[in-house]
Write a protein that binds this ligand. Structure first.
Ligand code: ZN
Length: 236
């Protein structure tokens, strides 16, 4: 079954706005038939921005969340009078913030390819991001900074692609090259492919080539428990 809200960012993360129809107004937010707004998930924050209606009406979107049944909820500021079902709006992202998320999210894929330990958590921000690794190994900030920046400078292409489980079974080498095992039972799996560098299941938004990330620096390596290292990276 098709989700109720068509997630336009899955195919093209660079769409900054779209025209859409208001389907429902549950208390949690505005449900549109299609959207460019990414909902909180996979360590990436939900998008913010604005819905513009007829006659100059505007609704600020302060967050975006996943709802039931493939709904994407555009969260309005408390006390805001929402648009009505059937209204046509133009949904426009806070692009500066989202593009920073795309750059940092892609950077974390590179960090995970440099530090090939199990990842136990992560968080994308607009100025920095972090990954938690299941390891006791010493991590050299300067070495990791240099290796990640070299991957950025090499400007590797970054592409989402979709595979089904049968295809994964036919191509076991695909799974072997992934840093994370794909979820099973979900049907089609969205993979993020940084050619020759990293391949893993991911539903987030990314830049089209690593050069777009710009220079970064590993600012902190912290021990979080016995077998956990938290590595923080920021835009330089
Ligand atoms: Zn990703």
């Amino acid at each position: 079954m098709n989700p109720i809200t068509e997630a336009l960012f899955n195919r093209n993360a660079y769409l900054q706005h779209c025209e859409a129809c208001v389907l429902e107004i549950p208390p949690e937010g505005v449900v549109l038939d299609r959207t460019v707004f990414y909902p909180l998930g996979g360590g990436q924050p939900g998008d913010t921005g604005v819905l513009r209606g007829k006659h100059g009406r505007e609704w600020a979107v302060i967050d975006t969340r996943k709802g039931e049944g493939g709904r994407i909820l555009h969260v309005l500021a408390p006390g805001t009078e929402p648009p009505a079902p059937g209204d046509v709006v133009n949904a426009e992202l806070d692009w500066t913030r989202r593009h920073a998320h795309m750059r940092m999210h892609t950077c974390l894929h590179l960090l995970g390819s440099v530090l090939r330990y199990g990842v136990t958590g992560g968080q994308v921000g607009a100025d920095k991001g972090r990954l938690d690794f299941d390891t006791q190994a010493e991590i050299d900030k300067d070495r990791v900074t240099a290796e990640v920046n070299a991957l950025i400078a090499a400007n590797h292409p970054v592409e989402p692609r979709w595979v089904d489980e049968a295809e994964l079974d036919r191509q076991p080498e695909l799974v072997r090259t992934m840093s994370v095992q794909p979820p099973r039972g979900a049907g089609r799996i969205r993979l993020l492919d940084i050619a020759g560098v990293d391949l893993q299941p991911c539903g987030g938004t990314h830049v089209a080539a690593t050069g777009e990330i710009g220079p970064v620096v590993v600012t902190k390596v912290e021990s979080k428990g016995k077998r956990n290292k938290r590595v923080v990276v920021a835009f330089a």
